[in-house]
Ligand binder design. Structure first.
Ligand SMILES: [Zn+2]
Length: 350
């Protein structure tokens, strides 16, 4: 594993160099100021340090390319009032259109301060990238991360941002598509769900072709991302697990704890790690989770984690089209009680 990691690190830096050389040959992308952003954004951009970023694929997808999945639920899909599967996937169903399993949102690969703010869908260069929902193009081209249009060194490479026609709790919703080889979308263009906006590529900081997909709420900025696996509709008959793995006080969360799900039916094991730190990721306003595992066939799963060499386990049922929820408090164990319903301030108090 160490050798493999070393190889991947080398590959990463090699590809950065390769990218830098290659970018000079790229066609001039459509780059313009995002609607609603002021000039001040470009004159004095609030550019976060590049250190917390990693857009590369650490390992090839662990699941076979030929794995068939049922069609997705129609969007918007919300079996519970707290779920919000508003988006389709940016890749069509005839390709791998699910995230690379070992580098999900909140994932850490290269170091504790390098955290993943989206999901990576590993599809071949030239695969069409589709709008996850209807909206207006507010960015198309280079420089999204550095807020410097024409910056061909930008880690997102060529990227598109859609500001969606619908929001969430009165706030704007955005989706981001990065590392494109070609951008077809034009600034201020209105696109419909599944309209092709560009092609998969490996521009920016990447080790190979894939689309880096983000969901942002309220503000089109790097610090307002949320876990896309709680926003893209699951395959029909499949569901999602969200969880919060906490320290002994139940206040803080435990980072990078490996959570294993073992299906009793299909004899398959799924793995996810709790979010790393770094401050660039946000939990869902309702679930307040620090782990999400999407694309789970409905059924019963054994959930195990190891805390200080002690194995802890529980059982969870995944329901079609829904998000199941677990919590764990160190020293107390697992529970599967949902967060309390939000208190509506407009209701009269008893
Ligand atoms: Zn990524």
């Amino acid at each position: 594993m160490k050798l493999k990691n070393l190889f991947i690190v080398i590959l990463f830096f090699a590809s950065l160099t390769a990218c830098a050389q290659k970018t000079t040959a790229q066609p001039t992308p459509v780059v313009a100021q995002a609607a609603g952003q002021s000039d001040a954004n470009f004159d004095a951009p609030h550019i976060p340090s590049p250190a917390p970023f990693q857009f590369s694929l650490p390992t090839p997808g662990a699941e076979p390319i030929s794995a068939w999945r049922p069609p997705l639920y129609p969007v918007p899909w919300a079996m519970s009032p707290y779920d919000h599967f508003y988006f389709v996937r940016p890749i069509a169903a005839d390709q791998v259109n699910w995230p690379i399993p070992d580098y999900r949102y909140g994932g850490i690969f290269f170091g504790p301060n390098i955290i993943h703010t989206g999901i990576d869908i590993p599809t071949p260069e030239g695969t069409p990238i589709m709008a996850a929902g209807p909206g207006t193009i507010v960015w198309a081209g280079w420089g999204l991360f550095t807020e410097s249009p024409k910056n061909q060194e930008d880690p997102y490479g060529m990227a598109v941002v859609i500001r969606h026609d619908f929001g969430y709790k009165g706030q704007q919703l955005y989706t981001i598509y990065a590392h494109m080889s070609k951008v077809f979308a034009i600034l201020n263009q209105h696109v419909e769900t599944s309209e092709v906006i560009g092609l998969v590529g490996d521009t920016g900081a990447t080790t190979g072709p894939h689309v880096h997909f983000e969901v942002r709420i309220a503000d089109n900025s790097f610090f307002h991302t949320y876990n896309p696996e709680l926003w893209i509709a699951p395959p029909q008959g499949w569901g999602v697990l969200a969880g919060r793995i906490m320290d002994e006080k139940g206040e803080g969360t435990l980072q990078q704890v490996e959570v294993t799900l073992r299906s009793t039916k299909v004899k398959k094991t799924y793995l996810v790690k709790t979010y790393g730190g770094g401050g660039a990721i946000n939990p869902d306003p309702y679930y307040n989770e620090n782990m999400v595992l999407g694309d789970l066939p409905a059924g019963i799963y054994k959930v195990t984690i190891t805390i200080e060499k002690k194995l802890e386990q529980t059982w969870v049922e995944i329901f079609p089209g829904q998000t199941s929820y677990i919590t764990f408090i160190k020293g107390e164990g697992f529970e599967s009680i949902r967060p309390p319903a939000p208190i509506l301030e407009s209701l009269p108090t008893p």
